[in-house]
Design a protein around this ligand. Structure first.
Ligand SMILES: O=C(O)CCC(=O)C(=O)O
Ligand SMILES: [Fe+2]
Length: 351
């Protein structure tokens, strides 16, 4: 195994197979009608789109969207600034390193399920500052603020990140409207949850890895928030656990598309009509890879529970309510030290 730190090595059953199964059938959904005038004047076409979104959420939990309204210029700008940022020396990047006080910024030793990920990241929130509970102890009611940290180089990073956040946020609201309609709810049913959103964007850099059969860029996991909107470059490596057979399948890069996945919160809100799906990232020995997920997350004071409209005698609530603020800070602080609480999962709130 040579020089590789054992912290990166996955248990046998979680190691990736090097022969890749490219996903057949991950839905590709065209959103162009939302940016034209047709959306209001052609209810039939909107209906078709809503059905497509509903069946993608139900059958896959993952889909790709094209003609999504995010200009390719904004995407290229953030991608190129991200490349410039990660190309700097470790010393330079660590000037905006995250720690217990400043939890946003650069980080190079993230763990998923206690195995180190082969990646480095830069995190920033969409709202600056972002309000969150000051402590992971539910009895502490104090609220604190998370502030973004911006590096000196590349100098344009802050502006391109802020611009990008604005346009992807618009897409996130549109997708939530389609998801609401697909569940038989009013289009704006979810909007109120996001007024003091805790959404964040992560710049991911996966360097080439000498042991791609042993390590992962990100270990298998589900996203804890509401919805994730991901830009991946042309290298490929994202794998989704297909619902029909549990096979790991790769999401083929499409430079015009965003990959969207349902997170744990939608699973709970929809009372499991839609499920958050496991995914992971494979690395390779030749090429570095970059990706940019936007994690659309509600306000910290949101109590996440199945929506009343979707609960009845035939389908009783499958979850008790839980505090989103407590969920995120518990996850966040467990990165820095071992807490006296277990790694929080929505399963803990199952009825
Ligand atoms: O890089 C990717 O393709 C996905 C990353 C991911 O799943 C995550 O950061 O939650
Ligand atoms: Fe993820």
């Amino acid at each position: 195994m040579g020089e590789v730190d054992p912290a990166f090595v996955q248990a046998l059953e979680h190691r990736p197979k090097l022969e890749v199964v490219e996903a057949e059938g991950i839905p590709l959904i065209d959103l162009s009608m939302l940016s034209s005038h047709n959306a209001t004047s052609d209810p039939l076409a909107l209906d078709g789109l809503v059905k497509e979104i509903g069946s993608a959420c139900r059958n896959w939990g993952f889909f790709q969207v094209i003609n999504h309204g995010v200009s390719s210029e904004k995407r290229q700008k953030i991608e190129s600034a991200s490349r410039k940022f990660f190309a700097q020396s470790l010393e330079e990047k660590r000037k905006v390193k995250r720690d217990e006080e400043r939890v946003l910024g650069y980080y190079d030793s993230e763990h998923t399920k206690n195995v180190r990920d082969w990646k480095e990241v830069f995190d920033f929130t969409v709202e600056n500052p972002t309000l969150v509970p000051a402590s992971y102890k539910p009895e502490d009611k104090e609220v604190t603020k998370w502030f973004n940290q911006w590096p000196d180089n590349p100098p344009e990073l802050r502006e391109v990140c802020e611009e990008y956040a604005k346009v992807v946020e618009k897409l996130a609201y549109k997708l939530m409207e389609l998801i609401a309609l697909s569940l038989g709810l009013p289009a704006k049913r979810f909007h109120g949850f996001f007024s003091d959103q805790t959404s964040f964007i992560r710049l991911n850099h996966y360097p080439p890895c000498p042991v791609p059969q042993l390590a992962l860029g990100v270990g298998r996991h589900k996203d804890g928030g509401a919805l994730t909107i991901l830009a991946q470059d042309d290298v490929g490596g994202l794998e989704v656990k297909r619902k029909t057979d549990g096979e790991w399948v790769r999401v083929k890069p499409n430079p015009d598309a965003y990959i969207v996945n349902v997170g744990d919160i939608i699973q709970v809100w929809s009372n499991e009509a839609y499920e958050s799906v496991e995914h992971r990232v494979m690395v390779n020995s030749e090429k570095e890879r970059f990706s940019i997920p936007f994690f659309f997350n509600p306000a910290h004071y949101t109590i996440v529970k199945p929506l009343e409209e979707l609960v009845n005698e035939q389908s009783p609530a499958r979850y008790k309510g839980y505090s989103w603020g407590n969920f995120i800070v518990t996850r966040k602080y467990s990165n820095f030290k071992k807490l006296d609480v277990e790694n929080v999962q929505i399963d803990h709130f199952r009825v």
